[in-house]
Design a protein around this ligand. Sequence first.
Ligand code: AMP
Ligand code: FE
Ligand code: FE
Ligand code: ZN
Length: 280
Amino acid sequence: MSVDLHTHSTASDGTETPARIVELAAAAGLSAVALTDHDTLSGVPEARAAAERSGVELVPGVELSVDHDGRKLHLLVYFLEPGRGPLQDRLAELREGRTARNRRIIAKLRDLGYDITVDDVLAQAGGEAVGRPHIADALVARGLFPNRSAVFTDLLHDGGVAYEERPRLAAAEAISLARDSGAVSVVAHPYTIDGNRASYRRLFEELAALGLGGIEVEYPEHPLPLRETLGEVARALGLVATGGSDFHGAGKPGIAVGRGRGSLNVPDDVVARLRSRRAS
Ligand code: AMP
Ligand code: FE
Ligand code: FE
Ligand code: ZN
């Protein structure tokens, strides 16, 4: 059977509820699905209840954007439970950083002549992790852009005219907080990090020494040669090769839970291999 270890719900910037994601996973015949909303675990209880009803295993998680030597990368943290904990407590701070940054972006947009307010943005958000996608949705709701993606292209992409930075954890700190919280971290979609075989090997060697557990090898935007390279690096360094769709519902058209753009196939033994990486 197969699994999907990367999905976003209405708790962050996806358009489907946590329960619906689990139902989609069951319908796709998956044995497990991870909920990996940005900076929040608030969707986990609802997803877990749905998982108990459907017999699909729910892996609780989050996705974090972190800094490593001046570069941004995304970390997926698995088996992180809602409640208090070393990493859990930092998520609240990261969400506060989002709130302040959203205000700065909205101010920039207003200066540029786009008439949107904080309330317009909050009206687009279903959960507690609010960010650029909801700002984009607010501009779409005002009829100023055709879709989310067009707003990113014109205004909100990294370095774009309305872009603002937000506070991030360092990769080393995030990996170590994850371990201290009984969780395992995996580098998400490495195609977003420029690299070749040698530079990926160096990067993942450094992160493995810090306690990284795996690399997201199977991903809709990864061409076969990249998956081969990343798979070899994972094997050489003893890291788990994982995978997921990065499902966001209508927020990312053309991506299905468990199937990605059609050919995603992540074997179910990955879940047990990741679980065995938790610090005891
Ligand atoms: P934020 O976490 O607020 O910085 O927003 C980043 C999120 O925006 C990513 O996790 C994606 O879900 C979404 N995103 C980034 N680039 C695009 C894009 N070009 N089109 C649509 N959504 C995007
Ligand atoms: Fe997202
Ligand atoms: Fe990501
Ligand atoms: Zn994601």
